[in-house]
Design a protein around this ligand. Structure first.
Ligand code: LIP
Length: 263
């Protein structure tokens, strides 16, 4: 599928860019937006649903043999060799509250491997893209993970959701701080993965995260020279999620022992 893969990547970038710009329009008029709760600190707005419908509809027209797994719509057109994995608005809580830390995230998984990804924040106008074997880009410029060597100089993204126990998150935060590792939590796993890929963060960890949050970020981070755990190696990871740790080769031993040994 290599030629088709590059075609899919180029098409995906155009679709995600347009979807992001449509979502940004709704972001600017968010006071009129309807949204509902899916659980503790977990929301969905009409912007999420409209964005996912646009992305799936556009891709299905171009690639009718492909399947689609979206955060809001679930699996559609099942049985395809290529599965597009979509978080229409990652960072929905930020979107609703008016913070700029949100994005459209679109990954492509073929035979259990993340092979392409696009992450777009239309507010900062940052479009991340990667195709397996072709490197990772931010607005067309090659990106690389950070070269931080020591854990007590590192700063990572730490995500949390109530799908996991609060105590587990508190223990993870304390372990990082005890090791001198600073952390940020800005409520978008996909942006956390993107910033680990462009070197603004030295890694990203979340004890449980969904495939639509990280499918794009995994290939972008790896193509930027980073290491990620085998998120999709868990047989049902696409359906039920998994733990994610994305970092550099230098920090992998320390962060794996601090964080992965707990899950
Ligand atoms: C978000 C994830 C983030 C997690 C948030 C939330 P959403 O996804 O990207 O990693 O910490 O709780 O789940 O719901 O904004 O698409």
């Amino acid at each position: 599928m290599s030629g088709d893969l590059s075609l899919r990547c180029r098409f995906a970038q155009a679709v995600v860019r347009e979807a992001g710009q449509n979502a940004a329009e709704k972001f600017r008029r968010r006071s009129e937006l309807k949204f509902e709760s899916k659980g503790k600190q977990d929301f969905v707005s009409e912007a999420d649903k409209a964005c996912e419908e646009f992305v799936v509809g556009s891709l299905l027209k171009a690639f009718p043999e492909d399947s689609f797994l979206g955060e809001e719509g679930g699996m559609q057109n099942a049985g395809g060799k290529a599965i597009w994995v979509i978080d229409p608005i990652d960072g929905t809580s930020n979107f609703i509250a008016g913070f700029p830390n949100w994005c459209v995230s679109l990954g492509l998984v073929i035979e259990g491997r993340a092979v392409a990804g696009v992450i777009y924040n239309p507010i900062t106008e940052e479009l991340y893209s990667a195709e397996i074997g072709c490197g990772a880009m931010l607005n067309g410029r090659v990106i690389k993970v950070s070269n931080t060597k020591n854990i007590d100089a590192a700063r990572i993204g730490l995500g949390f959701s109530y799908r996991r126990p609060v105590d587990e998150h508190v223990v993870a935060v304390k372990a990082c701080l005890d090791a001198g590792c600073e952390y940020v939590r800005f409520g978008s796993g996909a942006l956390g993965m993107a910033h680990a890929a462009d070197g603004r963060l030295d890694g990203y960890y979340e004890a449980h995260i969904n495939a639509w949050d990280v499918a794009a970020g995994i290939v972008i981070h790896r193509e930027a020279g980073g290491w990620t755990n085998d998120f999709l190696g868990k047989p049902d990871a696409l359906e039920t999620g998994n733990v994610i740790l994305a970092t550099t080769a230098d920090l992998r031993p320390a962060l794996s022992s601090l964080l992965l040994s707990r899950t």
